[in-house]
Design a protein around this ligand. Structure first.
Ligand code: ADE
Ligand code: ZN
Length: 335
C-alpha cells in the first residue's frame, strides 16, 4: 500500500520507533498549561524557555525536560499531548509510532500510571480513527532512579489494564548500566512485553553488550558508540538488531558536533539495520520528517536510501508480520 507522505519528497510508509511522548511537549503548550493551572515556571516567556534549550549534554537536557513535565497533570493533559503528537506525526508521513513514556517521571510527582497511560491510549484510539495512524506504548525505566522504583513501576503498569507493547530503559546513561535492571526485564519478558533499551548514546559499547546479553533487548535505542567496537558491529549486523538512531537529537545533545558527523553511512555500510527517529522533537528542532529532510540535505540522500530507511523502520517495528506486509514499502517520487 502506498501511503501519502506530504511532508517528504517521497511517498513512503515510515514507522517512528524512538519518540518520547514527554519530548513532544511544545514550549507554547508548557506555557498554556502552566497559565491555565497557575503553575509557576522559571521563565517569563516562551522565548525565554526556548533559550534554555541550549544543551551541553544529555543531563543538561534532562533537567529542563523533567521540570517542564510538571504541567502535565490530568488524563486529559496526556490525551491532548498524545493526540497532538499523533496528528503531527501523521502529517509528516508516519504510518505507525511506537511511543515511549516514562511513568516514573509522573508517579514521583503524584500522577499515577493509570492517569498517564489511559490518556495516551485514548489519544491512540481517537487519532487512529481520525487519520489511520497506528501506535502503541513502550514504558521506559528511568534508569537513574533506584531499581526498586522500576520494579514498582512495572507492577503498577501491569495492573492498569492498558495495553503496553514493551519495556525500555532511558534517562541518564553514564553510571547506570543496563545490567542493574536484569530482573525487571526478565519479569517484563515473562509478561509478554517486547524489550528495548537506550544504550551507547553517551555510554560505552559495554552498555550495548549488556543490553543485548543481560537484558536480551530486541532493539538498541541510539547505539552510536557501538560503532567503536568491531565485534559489536558484527554481532548487531549478523543478528539484524535495529539501532533506532536520532540525528537532530545527537546534534542538540552534542553527541556529534555537526550533522555531517552523524554516522548514517558508516552504519549502513556495516550492514546495520538503522532507523531514523525524532527522540524529543519539541526540544531538538524537529519531528521525523524534519530529521529525514536534514539527512537528505546533509548526505544528498536519494530515493534508494530513503526507501531503505523506510523499509528498515517497518522491519524493525513490533507490528505483526501481516501488518508489516500491509504497510509495504511502496516507494517512488511523489507526483
Ligand atoms: N529521555 C528522553 N530523551 C532521552 C534521551 N535522548 N536519552 C535518554 N533518555 C531520554
Ligand atoms: Zn530517546
Amino acid at each position: 500500500m502506498m501511503l501519502r507522505s506530504p511532508a517528504l519528497p517521497y511517498r513512503l510508509p515510515f514507522c517512528e520507533l524512538h519518540v518520547h511522548i514527554e519530548g513532544t511537549l511544545e514550549p507554547h503548550t508548557v506555557f498554556a498549561l502552566a497559565q491555565a493551572k497557575g503553575i509557576a515556571l522559571p521563565y517569563d516567556s516562551v522565548h525565554q524557555l526556548q533559550e534554555a534549550y541550549r544543551f551541553t549534554d544529555l543531563q543538561s537536557f534532562l533537567d529542563v525536560y523533567y521540570d517542564n513535565m510538571k504541567v502535565l497533570q490530568t488524563e486529559d493533559d496526556f490525551f491532548e499531548l498524545g493526540a497532538a503528537y499523533l496528528r503531527r506525526a501523521h502529517g509528516g508521513g508516519v504510518a505507525h509510532a511506537e511511543i515511549f513514556v516514562d511513568p516514573q517521571a509522573h508517579s514521583r510527582r503524584g500522577i499515577d500510571e493509570a492517569t498517564v497511560l489511559t490518556g495516551l491510549n485514548r489519544a491512540i484510539a481517537a487519532v487512529g480513527a481520525e487519520t489511520g495512524i497506528s501506535a502503541s506504548l513502550i514504558v521506559c525505566i528511568v534508569r537513574d532512579e533506584p531499581v526498586i522504583e522500576a520494579e514498582r513501576m512495572l507492577d503498577r503498569v501491569l495492573t492498569t489494564g492498558v495495553p503496553i507493547t514493551g519495556l525500555g530503559l532511558d534517562s541518564a546513561e553514564q553510571g547506570h548500566p543496563p545490567e542493574l535492571f536484569a530482573g525487571v526485564f526478565d519479569r517484563a519478558r515473562s509478561a509478554g512485553m517486547r524489550l528495548v533499551a537506550h544504550a551507547g548514546e553517551e555510554g560505552p559499547p559495554e552498555y550495548v553488550w549488556q543490553a543485548l546479553d543481560v537484558l536480551g533487548v530486541e532493539r538498541v535505542d541510539h547505539g552510536n558508540r557501538a560503532l567503536e567496537d568491531r565485534a559489536l558491529v558484527a554481532r548487531l549486523a549478523a543478528e539484524r538488531i535495529p539501532l533506532t538512531m536520532c540525528p537532530l537529537s545527537n546534534l542538540r545533545l552534542r553527541v556529534i558536533d555537526r550533522l555531517s558527523d552523524f554516522p548514517l553511512l558508516p552504519a549502513l555500510d556495516a550492514g546495520l539495520l538503522v532507523t531514523i527517529n525524532s527522540d524529543d522533537p519539541a526540544y531538538f528542532g524537529g519531528y521525523l520528517d524534519d530529521n529525514i529532510r536534514a539527512l537528505v540535505k546533509t548526505f544528498a540522500l536519494g530515493s534508494d536510501e530513503l526507501h531503505a530507511l523506510a523499509t528498515n523502520s517497518v522491519a524493525a517495528s513490533f507490528l505483526r508480520e501481516s501488518e508489516k506486509t500491509r504497510l509495504g514499502t511502496g516507494a517512488g517520487p511523489s507526483a
